[in-house]
Structure formats: C-alpha cells, structure tokens
Design a protein. Structure first.
Length: 487
C-alpha cells in the first residue's frame, strides 16, 4: 500500500524495522501534496525545506540508536497553532504577516517526539465556520467530492489526512471543529475532556502565547487510525509546566473494558431540535449491529439522559457568549438589535444564539451553574453505560456555501431545509459538559461520502471511547481512501 495512506503506528514500525527512512517518507508525502493538493488545498502553509531537514535529523538519530514515539513520522498541524517561523493568521487578512517565533506547546511536544512537520492546514475565518475557506488561503475541498466541504474549522487537517498528506494532524474543537471534519472526510478524531490537553500557543494573532483557557474549547488529535489518537493523547496530555504541571502529574484511568462484549452502549439517533439523515442513521445502525453481534449491551433510550432540548440551548448560549467576546463592535451591536427584536417567549435555537452573544456575567454565571447540573446528570448516565453512541452531525458533507451571513444559510437533511447553525446540537452534546468524544468512520454512504459517528465517554475517562474506537476499527475496518485521480 502507498505509505502515505498508512497509519502513524504502521509508519513508526516500518521506520524501526529499517524498511523505510524518514527522508523517504517526507519526500513521498511532499510529492503527493504537489500532485494532489492543487485541487484539495489542504496544506496552506507548506514547510518542506525544514521538514526534509527534520527527516534527515530523525534518520541520523535512529542511526545512533535513538527512538521516539513519532521519530520520522510526517505530520501536519492546523494553521491556528503557532509554529516558529510560520505564519499564524486564523484566516484573518489583517494578520497575514504575523509570524510567531516560538512553537505552541503541543507543536513543541510533537517535535520532541520526533515528528516531521510538513506544514500547516487551512482554516475558516477566525475558526468560525463548519466549512474551511478564507481570503488568505482560499477554499479547502473534500477529497471525496471537491464540490463539498471537508467541514470546519479543522477541515484542512481532515482533508489532509484523507488525501494522504501526513499521517497525523492536530486540530481544535468548540463547535465540533475536530469531529465534523473527521466525519465528513472519513478519518478519526478525538475531542478530549475539557482542559485535559494544554493549548498554550493555540492563540489568535497577535495575542501572546499565554497559558489561558477558553470556555468550552479544546485541542485534539486527528488520524487515520484509532490507535494513533491514543498515542497523541499520551504525548499531549501532560499538564502545562507553567501552570498545573507545577503541582500535578497525569494519571488518566484505563479503559473500562478491553473486549467489545463488555461494553454497555447507549445509542442516540434522534435530537428534538434536528432530524438525522438516512445516511447517518445507517452509519449508527452499522456500529450498533457490530456491537450487538459481539455481545455488547446496546440500549436505544434511557430516562437518565439530561434534557437534550435544554442542553442544546444552554450550549449555544455559552458558545455564543464566548464568540461574542471577540466579535467586532459592529457585529456585536447587530446582535444587540436582534436581541431587542426577540419575543420574550422565543425559545428557538436562534434565540439561544442571540441571547448568548449579549449575555451578562450574572446570566453567564447562572448558565454555568445549569451546566454543572447537566454535568452531574451525565455522571448518572455513565454509571449505567460506558459510552454513548450518537451522530456527529445530521448529514454527510454538504456542498460549499460561502454566502456571507451564516444565520441565513440552510442545510438539507434528506431534502428538507433546516437552519445552518442548528447542526451544532450534536457537537454540543459532549462539548457543554466537557466530555470526551471519539469519531469513528463507518464507511461510505450511497453517494460515496464518508459517514462517521461519535463515541461519547465519561469525563476524564478518555481511554474508554478511544479503546472502543480501536476495537470497532478491528471489527468493521476503518479509513477508506478517496480516489484523488478521479478528482
């Protein structure tokens, strides 16, 4: 098989066995990017010269008897992570010339593990869309269908992995930004428990790379295999030495089970605020059938679940409270006018977004307390179940839509129009309470588009959904490469 389509674990094994060199892997990846990325546009900031230097250094280190978890493995990172000497713009044209001088902590850790950084992957403007396009770097396409989006905001990373441009990537997630692109592009991703992975240096320009945390937001790994996600989690989850690392060491619980038959799984197919397409339902059914055949306990409902309607509105209020802090003054004022026009009894998802943008600290504090009640309800769920299996997004990848106002866009679910922003309800299921969620590809639908599902686990028990993802990959098969020759 083409080495560009192998997992990081397979490449690391081949490197240790002397079957290939780091330089050969880097050169092969660079050649493939040159051949196919003109159409996909995933790698927005190539760094091939330094990548080849790093590959030579990796080969020299191995010749001296050294090793590392990723020594010589080619990777990418999302453009929003600082990498010394490369631009970090977040797609914002005023910062097209901003070049940090220091690696983000996650990037530094990946390099210390021996990874060879090929370059950075494309993002939407300010990381604020379920698609990936901006005026600096242009539009990233889905490798399975160039007329469709790879998702956002880690769409460049997902597209790069699907296309064979590096074995691993790093992304971030506050509104499904790791999970939706993985689902749309047929790869794996893991949204870790909130605050588990330190994110210092995942910073909008020109802000200094201080160890701050953004409410709801996480960084996380993306890969072509489930096992690789766990490798990256182990590399990145040590506390930041500037903050918690002064006093704490990492001690994640092991996975609850090691066999499919031992897992207790709650399946959610429907959300009260958004229908689920037939393609996504079929993906869920394939996973549920695999679990049932293996002897796992599979239930399709539970009275223990928090109220999903309340959860969605609470998530959107807190999400848009975070977004609103960075909105330009004219946008923030426009939301003020929208708020004034809302009927007091309007309980729609649109109203939750508008109210969140103008949330006072008093109201934010009340919402935060309500979140803690939801979090406690999830503890009861995970006393009964090990994992919740549910959609990542209501549909597979949708066609590019660059109309300027997201609130006026729509997404088609089996032919029916629904508000574009309402897709976020499934992302919010895990994001609001800070739960870990692993995306697993389930195969292609009848249109040839990837379909994934998310495995939501108990907070700080990230190894449980990750282990289930590994077992499902063995049982069902995993990554399917797109036909890039077909375009």
């Amino acid at each position: 098989m083409d080495p560009n389509l192998l997992s990081a674990g397979q490449l690391a094994a081949a490197l240790r066995a002397g079957e290939v060199t780091a330089v050969e892997l880097a050169e092969s990846a660079i050649e493939r990017i040159g051949k196919y990325d003109g159409a996909v546009n995933a790698i927005c900031v190539p760094d091939f010269g330094r990548a080849l230097d790093a590959a030579r250094a990796a080969d020299a280190a191995r010749a001296r008897g050294e090793d590392g978890p990723l020594l010589g493995v080619p990777i990418t990172v999302k453009e929003s992570f600082n990498a010394a000497g490369l631009p970090t713009t977040w797609g914002l044209p005023p910062f097209a010339g901003f070049v940090p001088t220091q690696d983000a902590l996650p990037v530094a850790r990946l390099k210390a593990a021996g990874a060879v950084l090929l370059g950075k992957t494309n993002v939407p403007l300010a990381l604020g869309d379920l698609q990936t396009y901006n005026d600096i770097y242009g539009t990233t396409a889905n490798p399975f269908d160039l007329a469709r989006t790879p998702g956002g905001s880690s769409g460049g990373s997902a597209a790069a992995l699907a296309a064979g441009f590096g074995a691993l990537s790093m992304g971030s997630d506050i509104g499904g930004s790791l999970r939706t692109p993985a689902h749309f592009c047929g790869v794996y991703a893991h949204k870790p428990s909130y605050r588990l992975l330190p994110s210092r240096g995942h910073t909008p320009p020109p802000a200094p790379a201080l160890p701050t945390e953004v409410d709801l937001a996480v960084i996380g790994p993306m890969a072509r295999s489930a096992a690789d996600l766990g490798v990256l989690l182990d590399l990145l989850a040590e506390p930041d030495p500037l903050t918690l690392g002064v006093a704490y060491e990492l001690r994640l619980p092991p996975a609850r089970h090691e066999r499919l038959a031992e897992f207790r799984v709650l399946v959610l197919e429907d959300h009260p605020d958004m229908p689920t397409s037939a393609s996504v339902r079929a993906g869920l059914a394939r996973v549920a059938a695999t679990l049932t055949a293996a002897g796992a306990r599979v239930d399709h409902g539970s009275a223990l679940l928090p109220d999903l309607t309340e959860s969605a509105r609470l998530y959107l209020r807190l999400l848009f409270a975070t977004f609103g802090t960075n909105f330009p003054a004219e946008v923030y004022e426009r939301f003020g006018r929208l708020l004034a026009d809302l009927a007091p009894d309007d309980d729609s998802l649109h109203a939750a977004r508008v109210r969140g943008t103008r949330l006072s600290y008093r109201d934010w504090f009340a919402a935060d307390l309500a979140r803690e009640r939801q979090r406690h309800a999830w503890r009861a769920v995970f006393a009964e179940y090990d994992v919740v299996l549910c959609p990542v997004s209501p549909t597979p990848a949708f066609p590019h839509d660059h109309s300027p106002h997201q609130q006026l866009r729509h997404v088609l679910v089996d032919g029916a129009e629904h508000p574009y922003g309402d897709q976020l309800v499934w992302a919010g299921l895990a994001t609001l309470p800070g739960l870990p969620a692993t995306v697993v590809p389930t195969g292609l639908d009848d249109a040839g588009l990837p379909v994934g599902v998310q495995l939501v686990g108990p907070m700080f028990e990230d190894r449980t959904p990750l282990r289930l993802a590994e077992l499902l990959e063995r049982e069902m098969g995993g990554f399917t490469a797109p036909d890039l020759e077909r375009g």
